[in-house]
Design a protein around this ligand. Structure first.
Ligand code: PMP
Length: 354
Protein backbone atom coordinates (compact mmCIF):
# COMPACT_ATOMS: atom_id res chain seq x y z
CA UNK A 1 0.00 0.00 0.00
CA UNK A 2 1.33 3.43 -0.91
CA UNK A 3 1.78 6.05 1.83
CA UNK A 4 -1.07 8.24 0.61
CA UNK A 5 -3.41 5.28 0.41
CA UNK A 6 -3.08 4.67 4.15
CA UNK A 7 -4.69 8.03 4.81
CA UNK A 8 -7.77 7.51 2.73
CA UNK A 9 -10.92 7.80 4.85
CA UNK A 10 -12.48 4.39 4.51
CA UNK A 11 -16.20 4.14 4.55
CA UNK A 12 -18.83 1.59 3.62
CA UNK A 13 -21.41 3.63 1.72
CA UNK A 14 -25.18 3.48 1.91
CA UNK A 15 -26.65 1.49 -0.97
CA UNK A 16 -29.71 3.19 -2.45
CA UNK A 17 -32.40 1.22 -4.27
CA UNK A 18 -31.66 0.71 -7.95
CA UNK A 19 -32.93 3.29 -10.45
CA UNK A 20 -33.77 1.31 -13.59
CA UNK A 21 -35.33 3.24 -16.47
CA UNK A 22 -37.09 0.70 -18.66
CA UNK A 23 -40.14 1.10 -20.83
CA UNK A 24 -43.25 -0.30 -19.22
CA UNK A 25 -41.62 -0.96 -15.86
CA UNK A 26 -43.51 -0.65 -12.58
CA UNK A 27 -41.14 1.02 -10.15
CA UNK A 28 -42.15 0.33 -6.56
CA UNK A 29 -38.70 0.12 -4.96
CA UNK A 30 -37.68 3.57 -3.65
CA UNK A 31 -40.89 5.04 -2.21
CA UNK A 32 -41.27 7.70 -4.86
CA UNK A 33 -44.68 9.16 -5.58
CA UNK A 34 -46.37 7.91 -8.79
CA UNK A 35 -48.07 11.26 -9.43
CA UNK A 36 -46.45 14.40 -10.85
CA UNK A 37 -45.55 17.41 -8.68
CA UNK A 38 -48.04 20.27 -8.27
CA UNK A 39 -48.78 21.87 -11.68
CA UNK A 40 -47.24 25.19 -10.54
CA UNK A 41 -43.85 23.46 -10.36
CA UNK A 42 -43.81 22.90 -14.12
CA UNK A 43 -44.83 26.50 -14.68
CA UNK A 44 -42.02 27.82 -12.48
CA UNK A 45 -39.44 25.67 -14.26
CA UNK A 46 -40.61 26.81 -17.69
CA UNK A 47 -40.52 30.43 -16.62
CA UNK A 48 -37.11 30.28 -14.93
CA UNK A 49 -34.90 33.06 -16.23
CA UNK A 50 -31.84 31.32 -17.59
CA UNK A 51 -29.86 34.53 -17.28
CA UNK A 52 -30.19 34.26 -13.49
CA UNK A 53 -28.10 31.09 -13.61
CA UNK A 54 -25.02 33.34 -13.89
CA UNK A 55 -25.56 34.32 -10.29
CA UNK A 56 -25.20 32.31 -7.09
CA UNK A 57 -28.53 31.38 -5.52
CA UNK A 58 -29.73 32.81 -2.20
CA UNK A 59 -27.79 30.82 0.44
CA UNK A 60 -30.73 31.20 2.83
CA UNK A 61 -33.21 29.87 0.19
CA UNK A 62 -35.56 32.52 1.59
CA UNK A 63 -38.45 32.04 -0.84
CA UNK A 64 -38.63 28.37 0.09
CA UNK A 65 -38.22 28.81 3.85
CA UNK A 66 -40.81 31.58 3.84
CA UNK A 67 -43.36 29.34 2.12
CA UNK A 68 -42.56 26.49 4.53
CA UNK A 69 -42.81 28.79 7.56
CA UNK A 70 -46.25 29.85 6.42
CA UNK A 71 -47.39 26.31 5.68
CA UNK A 72 -46.24 24.89 9.01
CA UNK A 73 -47.00 28.04 11.05
CA UNK A 74 -43.48 28.48 12.44
CA UNK A 75 -40.90 31.29 12.27
CA UNK A 76 -38.66 31.34 9.21
CA UNK A 77 -35.53 31.06 11.37
CA UNK A 78 -36.83 27.73 12.68
CA UNK A 79 -36.34 26.10 9.25
CA UNK A 80 -33.24 24.62 7.63
CA UNK A 81 -33.41 23.40 4.01
CA UNK A 82 -31.08 21.01 2.23
CA UNK A 83 -30.53 18.78 -0.79
CA UNK A 84 -33.05 16.12 0.19
CA UNK A 85 -33.53 15.05 3.79
CA UNK A 86 -30.39 12.91 3.45
CA UNK A 87 -28.39 16.13 3.23
CA UNK A 88 -30.34 17.64 6.14
CA UNK A 89 -29.89 14.56 8.35
CA UNK A 90 -26.17 14.30 7.50
CA UNK A 91 -25.78 17.95 8.50
CA UNK A 92 -27.74 17.36 11.72
CA UNK A 93 -25.54 14.35 12.63
CA UNK A 94 -22.43 16.47 12.14
CA UNK A 95 -23.86 19.39 14.10
CA UNK A 96 -25.49 17.69 17.10
CA UNK A 97 -24.07 14.21 17.55
CA UNK A 98 -20.75 15.17 19.09
CA UNK A 99 -20.71 13.37 22.44
CA UNK A 100 -18.69 10.57 23.99
CA UNK A 101 -22.00 8.87 24.78
CA UNK A 102 -23.54 6.78 21.97
CA UNK A 103 -26.44 7.99 19.91
CA UNK A 104 -29.44 5.66 19.84
CA UNK A 105 -31.59 4.35 17.00
CA UNK A 106 -33.59 1.17 16.29
CA UNK A 107 -31.84 -1.93 14.90
CA UNK A 108 -34.33 -2.10 12.04
CA UNK A 109 -34.59 1.36 10.56
CA UNK A 110 -33.30 3.62 7.80
CA UNK A 111 -29.96 2.02 6.98
CA UNK A 112 -28.27 5.35 6.28
CA UNK A 113 -28.02 6.20 10.03
CA UNK A 114 -25.10 3.85 10.81
CA UNK A 115 -23.35 5.01 7.63
CA UNK A 116 -23.31 8.65 8.75
CA UNK A 117 -22.35 7.62 12.28
CA UNK A 118 -19.35 5.66 10.94
CA UNK A 119 -18.34 8.45 8.56
CA UNK A 120 -18.38 11.10 11.30
CA UNK A 121 -16.95 8.72 13.92
CA UNK A 122 -20.02 9.04 16.14
CA UNK A 123 -20.52 6.24 18.68
CA UNK A 124 -23.89 4.54 18.29
CA UNK A 125 -26.01 1.85 19.86
CA UNK A 126 -28.88 0.15 18.06
CA UNK A 127 -31.92 -0.89 20.09
CA UNK A 128 -33.99 -3.91 19.15
CA UNK A 129 -37.61 -3.41 18.10
CA UNK A 130 -40.14 -5.69 19.79
CA UNK A 131 -41.42 -8.81 18.02
CA UNK A 132 -44.10 -6.75 16.25
CA UNK A 133 -41.46 -4.28 14.99
CA UNK A 134 -42.54 -1.63 17.54
CA UNK A 135 -40.15 0.81 19.20
CA UNK A 136 -39.75 0.06 22.92
CA UNK A 137 -39.80 3.56 24.38
CA UNK A 138 -38.26 2.52 27.73
CA UNK A 139 -35.07 1.51 25.91
CA UNK A 140 -34.56 5.16 25.07
CA UNK A 141 -34.41 6.24 28.72
CA UNK A 142 -30.67 5.45 28.94
CA UNK A 143 -27.95 8.10 28.82
CA UNK A 144 -27.14 9.00 25.22
CA UNK A 145 -25.49 11.46 22.88
CA UNK A 146 -28.64 11.88 20.80
CA UNK A 147 -31.57 9.96 19.34
CA UNK A 148 -32.92 9.52 15.82
CA UNK A 149 -35.66 7.38 14.35
CA UNK A 150 -38.19 7.71 11.57
CA UNK A 151 -41.87 8.03 12.34
CA UNK A 152 -43.41 6.12 10.59
CA UNK A 153 -40.40 3.82 10.80
CA UNK A 154 -38.76 2.47 7.65
CA UNK A 155 -38.95 -0.11 6.24
CA UNK A 156 -41.75 -1.32 8.54
CA UNK A 157 -44.15 1.60 7.91
CA UNK A 158 -45.23 1.51 11.57
CA UNK A 159 -46.29 4.80 13.12
CA UNK A 160 -45.79 5.56 16.80
CA UNK A 161 -48.47 7.73 18.40
CA UNK A 162 -47.40 11.16 19.61
CA UNK A 163 -47.65 10.14 23.27
CA UNK A 164 -44.78 7.69 22.61
CA UNK A 165 -42.75 10.45 20.97
CA UNK A 166 -43.47 12.85 23.82
CA UNK A 167 -42.54 10.24 26.40
CA UNK A 168 -39.16 9.80 24.70
CA UNK A 169 -38.71 13.58 24.57
CA UNK A 170 -39.59 13.93 28.28
CA UNK A 171 -36.93 11.38 29.18
CA UNK A 172 -34.32 12.99 26.94
CA UNK A 173 -33.86 16.67 27.53
CA UNK A 174 -30.05 16.54 27.59
CA UNK A 175 -29.48 15.49 23.98
CA UNK A 176 -30.93 16.34 20.59
CA UNK A 177 -33.84 14.12 19.55
CA UNK A 178 -34.46 13.90 15.79
CA UNK A 179 -37.69 12.56 14.36
CA UNK A 180 -37.28 11.69 10.69
CA UNK A 181 -40.76 12.26 9.25
CA UNK A 182 -40.06 11.31 5.63
CA UNK A 183 -43.42 9.44 5.54
CA UNK A 184 -45.54 11.43 7.99
CA UNK A 185 -47.91 12.85 5.38
CA UNK A 186 -49.47 9.45 4.68
CA UNK A 187 -51.53 9.16 7.83
CA UNK A 188 -49.52 10.09 10.92
CA UNK A 189 -49.55 13.22 13.06
CA UNK A 190 -46.36 15.27 13.02
CA UNK A 191 -44.21 15.91 16.10
CA UNK A 192 -44.00 19.51 14.85
CA UNK A 193 -46.57 20.36 17.48
CA UNK A 194 -43.90 19.77 20.17
CA UNK A 195 -41.35 22.15 18.63
CA UNK A 196 -42.03 25.08 20.96
CA UNK A 197 -42.26 22.82 24.03
CA UNK A 198 -39.00 20.89 23.53
CA UNK A 199 -36.04 23.01 22.45
CA UNK A 200 -33.94 19.90 21.72
CA UNK A 201 -36.40 18.45 19.16
CA UNK A 202 -35.58 18.48 15.46
CA UNK A 203 -38.24 17.33 12.99
CA UNK A 204 -37.02 16.42 9.51
CA UNK A 205 -39.21 16.08 6.42
CA UNK A 206 -38.76 15.73 2.67
CA UNK A 207 -40.26 16.74 -0.67
CA UNK A 208 -39.32 13.33 -2.12
CA UNK A 209 -42.46 11.40 -1.17
CA UNK A 210 -45.73 13.27 -0.53
CA UNK A 211 -44.66 16.22 -2.70
CA UNK A 212 -43.54 14.05 -5.67
CA UNK A 213 -40.18 15.78 -6.00
CA UNK A 214 -37.49 13.17 -5.28
CA UNK A 215 -35.61 14.29 -8.39
CA UNK A 216 -35.45 17.90 -7.26
CA UNK A 217 -33.76 16.97 -3.95
CA UNK A 218 -35.36 19.09 -1.24
CA UNK A 219 -35.55 18.28 2.46
CA UNK A 220 -35.95 20.41 5.56
CA UNK A 221 -35.64 20.44 9.32
CA UNK A 222 -37.78 22.40 11.76
CA UNK A 223 -36.59 23.16 15.26
CA UNK A 224 -35.80 25.75 17.87
CA UNK A 225 -33.94 28.65 16.26
CA UNK A 226 -30.74 27.88 18.19
CA UNK A 227 -30.67 24.41 16.66
CA UNK A 228 -31.24 25.83 13.19
CA UNK A 229 -28.53 28.48 13.69
CA UNK A 230 -26.07 25.73 14.67
CA UNK A 231 -26.95 23.70 11.55
CA UNK A 232 -26.46 26.74 9.34
CA UNK A 233 -23.05 27.42 10.93
CA UNK A 234 -21.99 23.89 9.98
CA UNK A 235 -23.49 24.17 6.50
CA UNK A 236 -21.75 27.50 5.87
CA UNK A 237 -18.50 25.82 6.92
CA UNK A 238 -18.87 23.33 4.07
CA UNK A 239 -20.94 24.79 1.21
CA UNK A 240 -23.15 27.88 1.39
CA UNK A 241 -24.96 27.22 -1.87
CA UNK A 242 -26.46 23.76 -1.52
CA UNK A 243 -29.90 24.75 -2.81
CA UNK A 244 -29.96 25.71 -6.47
CA UNK A 245 -32.25 28.39 -7.84
CA UNK A 246 -34.64 25.96 -9.57
CA UNK A 247 -35.02 23.84 -6.43
CA UNK A 248 -35.74 26.90 -4.27
CA UNK A 249 -38.44 28.23 -6.60
CA UNK A 250 -40.08 24.94 -7.51
CA UNK A 251 -40.11 23.88 -3.86
CA UNK A 252 -41.85 27.16 -3.01
CA UNK A 253 -44.42 26.58 -5.77
CA UNK A 254 -45.15 23.10 -4.47
CA UNK A 255 -45.68 24.23 -0.87
CA UNK A 256 -48.10 26.93 -1.94
CA UNK A 257 -50.53 24.43 -3.45
CA UNK A 258 -52.04 22.82 -0.35
CA UNK A 259 -55.03 21.35 -2.20
CA UNK A 260 -52.87 19.35 -4.60
CA UNK A 261 -50.72 18.10 -1.70
CA UNK A 262 -53.85 16.89 0.13
CA UNK A 263 -55.25 15.29 -3.02
CA UNK A 264 -52.09 13.25 -3.69
CA UNK A 265 -51.81 12.11 -0.06
CA UNK A 266 -55.43 10.98 -0.05
CA UNK A 267 -54.97 9.04 -3.28
CA UNK A 268 -51.90 7.22 -1.95
CA UNK A 269 -53.63 6.40 1.34
CA UNK A 270 -56.70 5.02 -0.48
CA UNK A 271 -54.55 2.85 -2.78
CA UNK A 272 -52.49 1.67 0.20
CA UNK A 273 -55.56 0.52 2.10
CA UNK A 274 -56.94 -1.25 -0.97
CA UNK A 275 -53.56 -2.93 -1.57
CA UNK A 276 -53.45 -4.11 2.06
CA UNK A 277 -56.79 -5.86 1.50
CA UNK A 278 -55.63 -7.50 -1.70
CA UNK A 279 -52.35 -8.66 -0.16
CA UNK A 280 -54.20 -10.04 2.87
CA UNK A 281 -56.49 -12.02 0.60
CA UNK A 282 -53.38 -13.49 -1.03
CA UNK A 283 -52.09 -14.63 2.37
CA UNK A 284 -49.50 -11.92 3.04
CA UNK A 285 -48.79 -10.57 6.52
CA UNK A 286 -47.55 -7.04 7.11
CA UNK A 287 -47.31 -4.39 9.81
CA UNK A 288 -50.14 -1.86 9.53
CA UNK A 289 -48.33 0.76 7.46
CA UNK A 290 -49.04 4.48 7.75
CA UNK A 291 -46.44 5.22 5.05
CA UNK A 292 -46.45 5.04 1.23
CA UNK A 293 -45.21 1.46 1.27
CA UNK A 294 -46.10 -1.95 2.67
CA UNK A 295 -43.55 -4.27 4.27
CA UNK A 296 -44.91 -7.70 3.47
CA UNK A 297 -44.07 -11.32 4.17
CA UNK A 298 -45.76 -14.62 3.33
CA UNK A 299 -45.60 -17.87 5.29
CA UNK A 300 -45.90 -20.10 2.22
CA UNK A 301 -43.84 -18.18 -0.35
CA UNK A 302 -40.11 -17.81 -0.84
CA UNK A 303 -39.84 -14.04 -0.73
CA UNK A 304 -36.43 -13.81 -2.41
CA UNK A 305 -37.75 -15.89 -5.26
CA UNK A 306 -40.90 -13.77 -5.53
CA UNK A 307 -38.74 -10.63 -5.59
CA UNK A 308 -36.69 -12.07 -8.49
CA UNK A 309 -39.84 -13.17 -10.31
CA UNK A 310 -41.38 -9.69 -10.06
CA UNK A 311 -38.13 -8.21 -11.30
CA UNK A 312 -38.21 -10.52 -14.30
CA UNK A 313 -41.74 -9.21 -14.98
CA UNK A 314 -40.41 -5.63 -14.91
CA UNK A 315 -41.87 -4.89 -11.47
CA UNK A 316 -39.32 -3.50 -9.03
CA UNK A 317 -39.85 -3.79 -5.26
CA UNK A 318 -37.20 -3.65 -2.52
CA UNK A 319 -35.61 -6.60 -0.73
CA UNK A 320 -32.71 -6.74 1.75
CA UNK A 321 -30.37 -9.61 2.57
CA UNK A 322 -30.27 -8.61 6.26
CA UNK A 323 -31.22 -11.89 8.05
CA UNK A 324 -33.74 -10.09 10.31
CA UNK A 325 -35.86 -8.94 7.37
CA UNK A 326 -34.89 -11.20 4.50
CA UNK A 327 -38.38 -12.73 4.40
CA UNK A 328 -39.96 -9.36 3.65
CA UNK A 329 -40.36 -7.23 0.56
CA UNK A 330 -41.11 -3.54 0.70
CA UNK A 331 -43.66 -2.45 -1.85
CA UNK A 332 -44.06 1.25 -2.62
CA UNK A 333 -47.63 2.38 -3.27
CA UNK A 334 -47.95 3.29 -6.94
CA UNK A 335 -51.01 4.16 -9.00
CA UNK A 336 -54.12 1.97 -8.88
CA UNK A 337 -53.13 0.45 -12.24
CA UNK A 338 -49.59 -0.29 -11.09
CA UNK A 339 -50.88 -2.06 -7.99
CA UNK A 340 -53.29 -4.08 -10.15
CA UNK A 341 -50.36 -5.24 -12.25
CA UNK A 342 -48.40 -6.15 -9.12
CA UNK A 343 -51.30 -8.14 -7.66
CA UNK A 344 -51.84 -9.87 -11.01
CA UNK A 345 -48.20 -10.95 -11.18
CA UNK A 346 -48.21 -12.13 -7.56
CA UNK A 347 -51.25 -14.28 -8.41
CA UNK A 348 -49.43 -15.72 -11.43
CA UNK A 349 -46.42 -16.49 -9.26
CA UNK A 350 -48.55 -18.12 -6.56
CA UNK A 351 -50.36 -20.31 -9.07
CA UNK A 352 -47.07 -21.50 -10.56
CA UNK A 353 -45.51 -22.02 -7.10
CA UNK A 354 -48.39 -23.98 -5.51
N1 PMP B 1 -35.41 9.18 5.79
C1 PMP B 1 -36.01 8.02 5.50
C2 PMP B 1 -36.61 7.21 6.58
C3 PMP B 1 -36.06 7.58 4.15
O1 PMP B 1 -36.64 6.40 3.85
C4 PMP B 1 -35.49 8.38 3.15
C5 PMP B 1 -35.59 7.95 1.70
N2 PMP B 1 -34.65 7.04 1.30
C6 PMP B 1 -34.87 9.57 3.51
C7 PMP B 1 -34.86 9.94 4.84
C8 PMP B 1 -34.17 10.43 2.52
O2 PMP B 1 -34.98 10.95 1.54
P1 PMP B 1 -34.57 12.21 0.67
O3 PMP B 1 -33.08 12.42 0.80
O4 PMP B 1 -35.00 11.89 -0.70
O5 PMP B 1 -35.32 13.36 1.27
Amino acid sequence: MREWEKNIRKTVPYVAGEQPDKPDMVKLNTNECPYPPAPEVEKIIKETEIDKFRLYPDPEASELTEALAQFYQVEQDMIFVGVGSDDVIANAFLTFFNSEKPILFPDITYSFYPVWAELYKIKYKTLALDKNFRIKKEDYYMENGGIIFPNPNAPTGLYEELDVIEDILKHNQKSVVMIDEAYIDFGGESALKFISKYENLLVIQTFSKSRSMAGMRIGFAVGNKNLIRAMKDVKYSINSYTMNRTAILSGMASVKNRDYFDLVRKKIIATREKTKKRLSELGFDFPDSKANFIFATHKALDITDLFEYLRSRNIYVRHWDNPQIKDYIRITIGTEEEMERLIGEIKNYKEAAC
